[in-house]
Design a protein around this ligand. Sequence first.
Ligand code: FES
Length: 368
Amino acid sequence: MAKPDWHRLGPVETLKQQSLQAITVEGKPVALSWADGRFGAIAGRCLHAGGPLGLGTLKNGYVACPWHGWTYQRETGEGEPGSTDAVPRYLLKEEGGDLYIDLASATHPRPASHLLHPLARRPERADGPLRLVGISTTVMDRQAPRYSTSEDLLGVALEAASSEGAETRLIRLNDLKFRACEGYYSKSAQACTWPCSITQMDDKDELAAVYEALVHWADVVLIATPIRWGNASSLYFKLIERMNCIQNQITTRNRVLIRNKVAGFIITGGQDNVQSVAGEMMMFFGELGFTFAQFPFVGHSRGWSAEDMENNMAAVKADEELRQGTRALARRCLERARDLVATGAGPARTERGGRKANAGFGKSPGPD
Ligand code: FES
């Protein structure tokens, strides 16, 4: 048994004032609690993603992590009933009105028993033909679907890709039930995890299909959006906020999840702003790690005063040049992807500094 290593924490009466607090002893974070007439001390870092347990909440004898809610018994460190996780716990003693902790008494942590999420596997391209996923971000009444110009053109692109020998998938975001990003990144960059915190916590959230396609399956992603008041659709923004977890792996772990993949865009609007929407989409997908074919989008707009939307729909349906341009976009993206897959040229890490993030943040690369 290790020799005790007692450290004074402070006056008992003062420490009783908070039911849960984060303290640091000899550089070790500790979650110190006071309830039912007893102190408890457990390690202060959550087994999930390192959340600060001492800043969490205390309920029914359990400390809940402030980041994603994993819980640990406040005196034993055992995870919630039914789990086998445990963070170390420490012995405490009161002497002369002061509280002491024995750092040498720490029990061994038991790693998280929660199953690794399937998305967490190392991204590795499976052999086979090129693969293209089309993502429609158009919102419509599910019960009474309507004609969508951007989704129509996306279908044209998928057919063209198919005829080039590529495997294709179509994902309509409108068909998926998924939660909006809840801002884990705003608590801490480390709290925004890969796979997405929501995906890990909520198996009813259906965005996993999109993550699977983008990170693991597809060589090409084509995003189709209408223009709404000069911007991409609201579903597009709901999607990309949830994609923060992919980009954040670069920031926090210098880990590039998207490599040797190509993004292209189909942007249609009754009125203006194709260029602005394309610029935003290229910026975001570039930040995820996608590259682009030469001329990476097709756009269509009949101009500011063209409010006769029924004619806009008819115009897109009848516009064979627009369809040819869309087919050509699919082919360009596939050609670019073919080159990338052949050379495997994309970097698995990024240079630090001058972009997210500098060397002082997340400098130790995580495993792939
Ligand atoms: S629950 Fe603690 S870090 Fe996720």
